[in-house]
Design a protein around this ligand. Structure first.
Ligand code: HEM
Length: 512
C-alpha cells in the first residue's frame, strides 16, 4: 500500500515537472526571449554557474550568442545595453530589489543593501548618504592616510628602504591579502570608529575569507530562491556561523559603547547619524539595526575596494610599460610621499585615474548583475513591457566588454580614458553614453561609497608606485594557472560580488 502511494507521488511529480517544463518552454510570457533551454526550465541553472563563480563569463557568452536580451532563468532576463541600465536601475523603473536580498539581513535586521521596501530603504539611504559627500569625506582623509602609511611601510619590510641607490627586491608578498587587511582596517575605523587592526594583528584576518563564503552563499540564494526557502542556504553557512557571530558581537559591543557615551561622539563615525535618525512614521534604528548596518558597510566598503585594487595591481604587473608610465606620472608630480593626498595635484594624475577606471571596466565588482523584480503593472525595458514577477538585470561585466562601446574590449588600455588620446572612448575620453560604464551601478540603489573608494584607491596606488618598484614574485602565478585560450582575469570568481585572485609580488625601493 505504502509502495503504491510512493509510486503515485513519483508519477504525480513527474507529470507536474513535465507540464511545468512544457509551460516554461513554450507558453510562459518570457518564452519569446532567446536563451538556453535548460536556463528556461530551472533557476538551478544560474545557481550552478554562480556556485562555480563563473556566471559573469557565461552571461557574456550568452549575449554574444543570443544578442542583447537573453532569458537566463524561467523568470529571469539579462539585458546588455546602456539604455536598459536606466530602464532597470533608474528612479522611474517599476521594480524592487528581489525579496531574496534579505538573505543578506544581519542578525535579523535589514540593511541599506538588503532592504526591499522602498520606504524602509529610502529612510536608511537618507540617513547614510550625507556621510559620503565631499565635505563629510574630508575629515576621514587623515585617518585613511594613517592606515595607508602603515600599509606602505609594512609592504616595504625587507626591502631595505634606506638603501635607495642599490635596493634589492624584497621577499614575495601576498599583495591582495595585505590590501584586503588595509581596506578592512580603514572601513572599520570609519564606520565603527574602531579599526579591526588586521594589518598588524592576526585576530580578524579570517574576515575576508568569511566574506567570500557569505558572498557565495548569498549570490546563490538570490539566484535560486528555493535555496533559502528549503533552508539549504543556512546549511551552507553552518561552517561560518561562529566567525560571523564573533564579528557581529564585536561590532555590537562597540556600537553599544559608542551609544552609551550619551551622544558625545568624539570621532566622526557612522554610528552617530543612525543613533539620532527618525522618520515621519517614527521609524528608528535599534542598537542591533545599527550594528547590522555597520557590519554591512564594512563588508560593502572593504571587500569591493580591495578587490578592485588587487585587480589594478594585477593588470599593471601584466603591463609593465603602463606601470612604468604611471610610475613616471606620480614621481614627476609629487616631490615627496607626504604630498600624496586628496587635492588638485592628485586629480591632475590622469593616468592614475585611467588605470583605476580601466580596472573597474574590465572587472566590475557586481559582475553578475544585481537582480530587480518587476512590480505589478510591469515595466518597460528597451521598449518591451516586462511582466510583473520577472527578475531583470544588466551584467556590468558584459556591458563593459561590448566591442561597440569599448573597442578591443578585453584589453587593458587605460589610454582610452585619457582626453585626446587616439584610443579615447567618445568625446574627451568619456564614453559617449554615460550608462556604458557603470561599476558603481546607478539610480536609487547605486553605490553610496563611490567617492570614498576612489579617494582611497587613488592615494594608495599613487603612494605605492611613488615609493616602490613592483614585479611579479617568482613561482607560479595566474598566467601559469589559466587554461589554454583563457585570459588571466577570467580566473576571478564572482558570486554576489567579484573577488580578485591573489597577486604575489616583490617590491624594492624606487631606483630613480
Ligand atoms: C571599488 C569600490 C566599490 C564598488 C565597485 C562598489 C559597487 C557597488 C555597486 C555595483 C552597488 C549596487 C549593488 C546592487 O545594486 O545590488 C553598490 C551598492 C552599495 N555600496 Fe558600493 N562599491 C564600492 C565601494 C563601496 C564603499 C567604499 C562603500 C561604503 C563604505 C560602499 C557602500 C555601498 C552601499 C551601502 C551600497 C547599497 C546602496 C543602496 O542600496 O542604497 N561601496 N556598490
Amino acid at each position: 500500500m505504502a509502495m503504491n502511494w510512493f509510486l503515485g507521488a513519483i508519477i504525480g511529480l513527474l507529470i507536474y515537472g513535465f507540464g511545468l517544463s512544457i509551460y516554461r518552454l513554450w507558453f510562459h510570457p518570457l518564452s519569446k526571449y532567446p536563451g538556453p533551454r535548460l536556463a528556461a526550465l530551472t533557476r538551478w541553472y544560474v545557481a550552478w554557474y554562480i556556485y562555480r563563480g563563473v556566471f559573469y563569463r557565461h552571461v557574456r557568452d550568452l549575449h554574444n550568442q543570443y544578442g542583447d536580451v537573453v532569458r537566463t532563468g524561467p523568470d529571469l532576463i539579462h539585458f546588455n545595453s546602456p539604455a536598459t541600465m536606466v530602464d532597470i536601475y533608474g528612479a522611474q523603473a517599476n521594480v524592487l530589489k528581489t525579496d531574496e536580498f534579505q538573505v543578506l539581513n544581519i542578525a535579523g535586521s535589514s540593511t541599506i543593501f538588503s532592504a526591499v521596501k522602498k520606504n524602509v530603504h529610502a529612510f536608511k539611504r537618507r540617513t547614510l548618504l550625507p556621510l559620503f559627500n565631499d565635505r563629510s569625506l574630508q575629515p576621514y582623509s587623515d585617518r585613511i592616510l594613517r592606515y595607508i602609511e602603515r600599509y606602505t611601510s609594512l609592504l616595504g619590510q625587507g626591502t631595505n628602504l634606506s638603501n635607495t641607490s642599490k635596493g634589492n627586491w624584497g621577499p614575495p608578498i601576498r599583495l591582495g591579502e595585505e590590501t584586503f587587511c588595509l581596506l578592512y582596517d580603514i572601513t572599520s575605523d570609519i564606520a565603527l570608529g574602531q579599526s579591526l587592526e588586521m594589518l598588524t594583528s592576526p585576530d580578524w584576518r579570517f574576515v575576508p575569507s568569511l566574506m567570500l563564503r557569505i558572498s557565495r552563499r548569498s549570490g546563490m540564494g538570490i539566484a535560486q530562491p528555493l535555496l533559502c526557502k528549503l533552508g539549504i542556504g543556512a546549511l551552507m553557512f553552518v561552517t561560518s556561523f561562529a566567525q560571523m557571530r564573533s564579528l557581529v558581537t564585536h561590532i555590537l559591543h562597540h556600537v553599544e559603547r559608542r551609544l552609551s557615551s550619551s551622544g558625545t561622539f568624539t570621532q566622526k563615525e557612522m554610528v552617530s547619524p543612525m543613533a539620532t535618525a527618525q522618520d515621519k512614521n517614527g521609524f528608528k534604528y535599534t542598537t542591533g539595526d545599527i550594528a547590522s548596518e555597520i557590519t554591512l558597510l564594512i563588508f560593502a566598503g572593504a571587500d569591493t575596494t580591495a578587490s578592485a585594487m588587487t585587480n589594478a595591481y594585477a593588470y599593471l604587473l601584466h603591463h609593465p610599460s603602463i606601470l612604468s608610465r604611471l610610475t613616471d606620472e606620480i614621481r614627476s608630480t609629487f616631490a615627496n610621499v607626504d604630498e600624496i593626498r586628496t587635492g588638485s595635484k592628485l586629480t591632475s594624475c590622469h593616468l592614475l585615474y585611467a588605470c583605476l577606471d580601466e580596472t573597474l571596466r574590465l572587472m566590475p565588482v557586481a559582475a553578475n548583475g544585481s537582480f530587480r523584480r518587476v512590480q505589478r503593472g510591469g515595466t518597460k525595458v528597451g521598449g518591451d513591457l516586462i511582466p510583473a514577477g520577472t527578475d531583470i538585470s544588466v551584467s556590468a561585466y558584459s556591458l563593459h566588454r561590448k566591442a561597440s562601446l569599448f573597442p578591443s574590449p578585453d584589453d587593458f588600455i587605460p589610454d582610452r580614458w585619457l582626453p585626446g588620446s587616439e584610443n579615447a572612448v567618445g568625446r574627451n575620453g568619456v564614453p559617449s553614453d554615460p550608462h556604458a560604464f557603470v561599476p558603481f551601478s546607478m539610480g536609487p540603489r547605486g553605490c553610496i561609497g563611490m567617492k570614498l573608494s576612489r579617494m582611497t584607491m587613488s592615494i594608495m596606488l599613487a603612494r605605492v608606485v611613488f615609493l616602490y618598484d613592483l614585479r611579479w614574485a617568482p613561482g607560479p602565478r595566474c598566467c601559469h594557472l589559466k587554461k589554454p585560450g583563457q585570459r588571466c582575469d577570467e580566473l576571478n570568481k564572482a558570486y554576489l560580488f567579484a573577488h580578485a585572485n591573489e597577486v604575489k609580488a616583490q617590491l624594492r625601493p624606487r631606483q630613480t
